[in-house]
Ligand binder design. Structure first.
Ligand code: PLP
Length: 433
C-alpha cells in the first residue's frame, strides 16, 4: 500500500464499506474512457465511475469552462442570480419540457427536496416508492429507497409506502409480460386505495431502475402509471439521477415511453461528475404554486456557479459531439454483443439494456434461474468474477448477481470490444467452474 492510500485509509472514511476491508485504487489521472493508478497502470472505466462520468475523464471543454468560471466568480449565495445558473436553468426547461429547476448538490438532496415540494404542493404526506430502488443516502432519500440500504436508518422518515417492481425476468406476481395485464401497475392502484388516495402526494420511481439490477419496464408501464397518477391527483416523480442525461440516449429515460412526469430529479450525468450538482425540475403547476407560497428549503451551495458552468459545458459537449447518437450506435452494438453472450454462456440468465445502460443477470443455470449470488449477498463465483476483471484492469460495477456495462458515453466500438473481450473470458471462466 503506497503512502497516499495509507493516509486515505487511516484518516478518511469510505462509503458503503467495512473500513478494514476498503481496498481503494489510488487514481492519479484519467483520459477519456481510461484512468490511471499510482503504478502507472491504465484501467478501462467500464462503469463511468459511479455511472456518472458520461463524457469520460478530463474532457477539455468541461475543464475549460470550469477554469473560466473559477476565474470569473467562484461563489455566489443561493439568493443571487448568475449567468451559469440562468443558462443551465433555461437549458433544463428546454430539454425536459418542465418549467423550473431547484438546484442541489447531488441526487440524494434532489430527492429529499422533491419529496418536500410534493408534500407542500399537494398537502398530502404519503410517498409511494418501489422495493428494488435506490434514491440516495440522506435520511429521507434512504428511507424512500426500497432495497436493504434503507434498513439501518429504519424507521426513518414516516409516510413511505412501497410497491413491487416491473421485474419481468422474475415477475413478483409470477406472470409473463405477454399475458400479465401489467399487474405491476394495477397492484399500485390497490395500494393507493388501501392507503387512501387523499393521503398520497406522489409516486417516486427511478426512470429506469439502476443499482437494483437495471429493470427496464415494459413499453406500456409508464403510460399506465401516468394515467393512474392522473386518476387520483398523485404526482409522478421520476428519479433520473442514474438513468437520465444521456445514459439511455435521451435526456430523460421516460422520453422513450412518451410520458411527462410532474417532477424530475437528476444529478450524476448533469455535469458528468465534474462538479457536484443535482436538480429538482418541476412542472408549470408546481412552479406556479411556489410563486405565492414559500419554498421551505434552501442550501448554501444551491445553484453554485462553478457547478452550473460545468453543467452548461457538459450539455454543450452532448450536442457538439453528438453524444446521444453515439449512445444509440454503440448501444445497439453492445446489445447485440450482450445477447450473444446470453446465448453463449450458461451463467448469463438475462440481459437488460437501454442505450449504454446495461446489465447481465448471472445465474447458476438458465432453467432454474437460481441467482449466482443471493439478492443482498455475495458468492465465491461473483467474487472471482470481480477479481478477474480487476486483474485485467477493467473497472466494472457488480453487485449481488448483476454485472453492469455502463461505459462513458463517448466510448468507441474498439474500446467497447476491449472491455467485452475481458467480460467474455470472465464468463467463460465462470462456466468452467
Ligand atoms: N438516485 C439514484 C437512482 C441513484 O442511483 C443515486 C446514486 O447512485 C442517487 C439517487 C443518489 O445520488 P447522490 O449519490 O448524488 O446523492
Amino acid at each position: 500500500m503506497d503512502e497516499v492510500t495509507r493516509q486515505n485509509r487511516e484518516h478518511t472514511l469510505f462509503s458503503w464499506s467495512v473500513q478494514s476491508q476498503a481496498n481503494p485504487i489510488h487514481m492519479t489521472g484519467g483520459q477519456g474512457v481510461y484512468f490511471f493508478d499510482d503504478t502507472g497502470a491504465r484501467w478501462l472505466d467500464f462503469s463511468s465511475q459511479l455511472i456518472n462520468l458520461n463524457v469520460g475523464h478530463q474532457h477539455p471543454k468541461v475543464l475549460e469552462a470550469i477554469k473560466a468560471q473559477v476565474d470569473t466568480l467562484c461563489f455566489a449565495g443561493p439568493g443571487f442570480a448568475t449567468g451559469p445558473r440562468a443558462e443551465l436553468g433555461t437549458k433544463l426547461s428546454e430539454v425536459t419540457g418542465l418549467a423550473k429547476t431547484f438546484f442541489t448538490l447531488g441526487g440524494s438532496e434532489a430527492n429529499e427536496n422533491a419529496i418536500k415540494m410534493a408534500r407542500h404542493f399537494t398537502g398530502r404526506h404519503k410517498i409511494i416508492t418501489r422495493y428494488r430502488s435506490y434514491h440516495g443516502a440522506t435520511m429521507g432519500s434512504m428511507t424512500a429507497s426500497g432495497d436493504m440500504r434503507r434498513w439501518p436508518v429504519e424507521p426513518g422518515m414516516p409516510g413511505i409506502v412501497r410497491v413491487f417492481d416491473p421485474y419481468c425476468y422474475r415477475c413478483p406476481f409470477g406472470k409473463t409480460p405477454d399475458s400479465c395485464g401489467r399487474e405491476c401497475v394495477s397492484h399500485i392502484e390497490e395500494v393507493i386505495q388501501m392507503e387512501g388516495p387523499q393521503n398520497i402526494a406522489a409516486v417516486l420511481v427511478e426512470g429506469i431502475t439502476g443499482s437494483n439490477g437495471l429493470l427496464v419496464p415494459p413499453d406500456d408501464y409508464y403510460p399506465r402509471l401516468r394515467a393512474l397518477c392522473d386518476k387520483y391527483g398523485i404526482l409522478l416523480i421520476t428519479d433520473e439521477v442514474m438513468s437520465g442525461f444521456g445514459r439511455t440516449g435521451t435526456y430523460l429515460s421516460t422520453q422513450h415511453y412518451g410520458i411527462m412526469p410532474d417532477i424530475v430529479t437528476c444529478a450524476k450525468g448533469l455535469t458528468s461528475g465534474y462538479m457536484p450538482l443535482g436538480a429538482v425540475i418541476v412542472n408549470e403547476q408546481i412552479a406556479a404554486y411556489f410563486e405565492d407560497h414559500m419554498l421551505w428549503g434552501g442550501l448554501t451551495y444551491s445553484g453554485h456557479p462553478v457547478s452550473c458552468a460545468a453543467g452548461v459545458a457538459n450539455l454543450r459537449v452532448y450536442e457538439e459531439e453528438r453524444i446521444f447518437e453515439n449512445v444509440r450506435e454503440q448501444g445497439a452494438y453492445l446489445e447485440g454483443r450482450l445477447l450473444a453472450m446470453r446465448d453463449r454462456y450458461a451463467c448469463v440468465g438475462d440481459v437488460r439494456i437501454k442505450g449504454l445502460f446495461s446489465v447481465l443477470e448471472l445465474v447458476r443455470d438458465k432453467g432454474s434461474k437460481a441467482p449466482l449470488a443471493p439478492y443482498g449477498g455475495s458468492s465465491p463465483e461473483m467474487n472471482a468474477l470481480a477479481a478477474y476483471l480487476k486483474a485485467h484492469r477493467v473497472y466494472a460495477y457488480s453487485r449481488f448477481n448483476f454485472l453492469w456495462v455502463c461505459p462513458p458515453l463517448v466510448i468507441t466500438r474498439a474500446e467497447l470490444d476491449e472491455g467485452l473481450a475481458v467480460y467474455e473470458d470472465a464468463l467463460a471462466m465462470l462456466d468452467r467452474q
